[in-house]
Design a protein around this ligand. Structure first.
Ligand SMILES: [Fe+2]
Length: 177
């Protein structure tokens, strides 16, 4: 169960809710949510200490909020150096903002029986970006030597789904084919 949010996190949820419920297609909603998220990423009171706790074995997800109508979910992800996701895509649009440190995202194109890397984006603190399916295959990692924390907003009810991941891609990665 999500804990009671800090006032700053409650303000963030309110801003995201307004952005989501303004409607439009997925790209328009995701762009609006990214813009709404950006201003909150430099607020030092956004996350309580328990939402900054890492897990030594795997990046850790703290669920901050699931909107009652299921239209979006907000999580904080805590990454120790070297921790990363599998290669995956999502059931919905996804907005990512870096709160502490630097997060690195690599996007891929599915080419039959393998994946081709497309872009590597290093997102510093205070910056948000978004992905909209289809074509949102990616991996996220902390490729730095210090902890990273990011805020992710998904256009899905992860309280019901358990995760926003649609598919995991355990395929060879081959450049330039
Ligand atoms: Fe993702």
């Amino acid at each position: 169960m999500p804990r009671l949010l800090s006032p700053a996190a409650a303000r963030l949820v309110g801003a995201v809710s307004t952005a989501v419920h303004a409607g439009g297609n997925d790209a328009a909603v995701a762009a609006r949510v990214a813009k709404a998220l950006t201003g909150h990423l430099t607020d030092p009171t956004l996350l309580d200490p328990e939402h900054r706790e890492p897990d030594p074995n795997h990046y850790r997800q703290h669920v901050l909020h699931v909107e009652p109508d299921g239209s979006f979910s907000v999580v904080a992800l805590v990454w120790l150096p070297g921790q990363e996701t599998c290669i995956h895509d999502h059931v919905s649009w996804c907005v990512v903002g870096t709160y502490v440190g630097v997060e690195e995202e690599t996007t891929f194109r599915l080419a039959g029986d393998h994946l081709v890397p497309l872009r590597r984006n290093r997102t510093p603190q205070g910056v948000a970006s978004y992905l909209v399916p289809p074509g949102d295959i990616h991996k996220v990692c902390n490729n730095s030597s210090s902890v990273a924390i990011s805020i992710h907003v998904y256009g899905a009810d992860i309280g019901v789904l358990g995760t926003s991941i649609r598919r995991r891609y355990d395929l060879p990665v081959i450049s330039g084919r």
